[in-house]
Ligand binder design. Sequence first.
Ligand SMILES: Cc1ncc(COP(=O)(O)O)c(C=O)c1O
Length: 420
Amino acid sequence: MPQAVSGLAPAGASLAVRQDFPILGRRLGGKPLIYLDSAATSQKPNAVIDAVADYMRHHNANVHRGVYPLAAESDAAYEGARTRIAAFTGSQAPQWTTVFTRNVTEAINLVAASWGRANIGPGDAVLITEMEHHANVVPWQMLCTERGAELRYLAIDEHGQLSLEALQDELDRGDVKLVSFTHVSNVLGTINPVADITQRIRTAGAISFVDGAQAVPHMPVDVATLGADFYGWTGHKAVGPTGIGVLHGRTDVMEAMQPFMTGGDMIASVDLFSATWNELPYKFEAGTPAIAEAVGLGAAVDYLSAVGMERVRDHERALTGYMLTRLAEIPGLTVVGPQDAGARSGLAAFTIDGMHPHDIAELAGRAGVCIRAGHHCAQPLMRRLGLAATARASVGIYTEAWEIDALIDALVAGRAVFED
Ligand SMILES: Cc1ncc(COP(=O)(O)O)c(C=O)c1O
């Protein structure tokens, strides 16, 4: 493993898991791969790759249909993954229902369509925040337009944080039926006080949806304790495969909801002109699901559990503090969001005076450092910040301090190119 290129790495800033991630052994252009784009998607450990391959090699059959032993194995693999995923996030049956979706985007669309169409109408309001990913903006825009309801935004303050008082003022208006907000911002890194927020929403008689895409991979998440009515997240950011996401919902709320998509597997019976619905969670899983991907996500949560999510959070908090300290060494560099590593997750979106974010990312890429540049699917937030784009470095379970050093070296060298 490369040594720190410059600066002092924080003690213990490694979970010693890199050997589990085969892609991290790659070299690109003769340089070690330094992957600082885990907020976009995470890399995958052998445990996940092997679980998917093993399922396809040895257990593949459709689920919920066959009576032969191979089909029973496939059912057990798929449903076993669901049970372990629910336990991982503290959302066990019967109080909670765990539905497999394609990603968190689909989980939000499911609730907007199924709960929203039945419960939102003229005179009602849906409240979201200025820090949302487009996935948690556009479905609510569509719903409010369709239903003649109002979409309102909770503002962020100058530190990139939400105000509970402002939330209370919104709820006191009496027309908010649903509040949807992110657990962790993918641009600001802000960790929102979810339990405090959901308690106020519940007291106001409204429903809450929490977008956990940037939280579940990075910290312990217990959906029951957080108190949301719905909590969605996405497998590919949590060392799992693409094509698989999760919606945890309160069973009593989901029982009353109409299906999102219709077709095979989600029905109890079909007549020529009518149909009745299967029980939860199958009512929300139309068609053949992403079986191998669900199995892979089951292996991902087993892997994360074995490492320990408290350790993951401690590690990433230390790395984030280190990253913020080192980024501050670069003249003209500004990090958006809370400046305190304890208040944020393991990502830093930043600008450098005189350099376009895409040039920053391009020059970093030439040094083998993968960072993202753009609006990060959060254009309303970027406009609120007065920015068109930022660069963004983000850490994962496998990130080590020397990679932050390599980023800093790449940024220093990149800046020098622009000064020449
Ligand atoms: C906070 C947040 N919400 C939602 C999403 C959308 O995730 P997916 O594309 O997997 O549905 C992302 C992805 O970047 C995200 O960061």
